[in-house]
Design a protein around this ligand. Structure first.
Ligand SMILES: Cc1cc2nc3c(=O)[nH]c(=O)nc-3n(C[C@H](O)[C@H](O)[C@H](O)COP(=O)(O)O)c2cc1C
Length: 251
């Protein structure tokens, strides 16, 4: 097994570099590791440096992608790297929709980012969400599986990570050894879906029964069915929206 740290920041020893180092320092020593500082490479489509980087990506089983949040999104250095991978790792069908070529099948990734934005502001506004979303979009298109993510807020004037953040990053590093090579998430997704449907159906029935009791109504089959579908749909749509928004770490 091999883990590859990829640093997409202007500074080698800045906060992003420190976050990456902290994760890597806590990866099981039996696992081989390497760090790439993207600024050391000339990354352009079809460039020799890009070939070198792609072969490093292929060699590794787990990628730790670290990039600061710049202008409300992923840093340009990292974005340029991801942009250059597009043609190499995807094929496009006649509608222009991307399909993974399988170049990176069964690989895993961990995301790290940071920002000047204060913790409470990030919790409320999600200033770092766009960074994570861009990473996830690219990785999902390439068929790479997510392991976890971490964010450091309030980095203005910050010279060293706080011990609480170091502990969080340490546990991310320790997680690497537990990653299964072939991680089939299909069963997990069906189980999650089953529980979401079961909980939503239960809440719908409780609401429906309660409302009807309150109004002193007894509905026929179709009125019952239509009101059930409507309540169920509103609850499910709200739950999915909340789950999507709260998906990313903000502190
Ligand atoms: C070009 C640029 C754009 C930035 N944009 C944002 C931003 O939109 N929001 C934010 O909170 N911080 C922003 N920052 C601050 C960086 O997120 C902060 O410098 C980062 O945590 C530093 O990481 P480093 O120590 O690895 O360089 C920006 C910094 C730079 C250099």
């Amino acid at each position: 097994m091999k883990v590859l740290g990829i640093l997409g920041s202007f500074k080698r020893d800045g906060i992003t570099g420190q976050m990456l180092d902290q994760v890597l320092a806590n990866v099981d020593p039996k696992i081989a590791q390497e760090t790439i500082f993207l600024n050391d490479y000339t990354i352009m489509p079809k460039s020799a440096d890009l070939d070198v980087l792609v072969s490093k990506l292929k060699e590794a089983d787990v990628w730790i992608l670290a990039a600061p949040t710049y202008w409300g999104g992923i840093s340009g250095i990292m974005k340029n790297f991801l942009d250059c991978l597009r043609q190499l790792t995807l094929r496009f069908d006649k509608y222009g929709d991307p399909h993974a070529l399988g170049t990176f099948a069964n690989k895993h990734y961990i995301l790290l980012t940071n920002c000047y934005t204060k913790t409470l502001e990030n919790v409320l506004t999600g200033a770092t969400d766009a960074t994570f979303q861009t990473f996830d979009k690219v990785m999902t298109a390439m068929g790479v599986i997510k392991v976890g993510e971490a964010v450091q807020t309030n980095t203005f004037g910050l010279k060293e990570l706080a011990s609480k953040k170091k502990a969080e990053l340490k546990s991310l590093g320790q997680k690497v050894a537990q990653i299964k090579r072939k991680d089939d998430l299909t069963v997990k997704r069906y189980i999650e879906l089953f529980f979401i449907v079961a909980v939503m159906a239960f809440i719908t029935m409780v609401l429906q029964t309660g409302i009807l009791k309150l109004l002193g109504l007894s509905l026929g089959f179709w009125s019952n069915y239509i009101s059930f579908v409507l309540i169920f749909f509103i609850l499910l749509a709200t739950a999915l929206r909340i789950l999507t928004l709260a998906k990313h770490k903000r502190k």
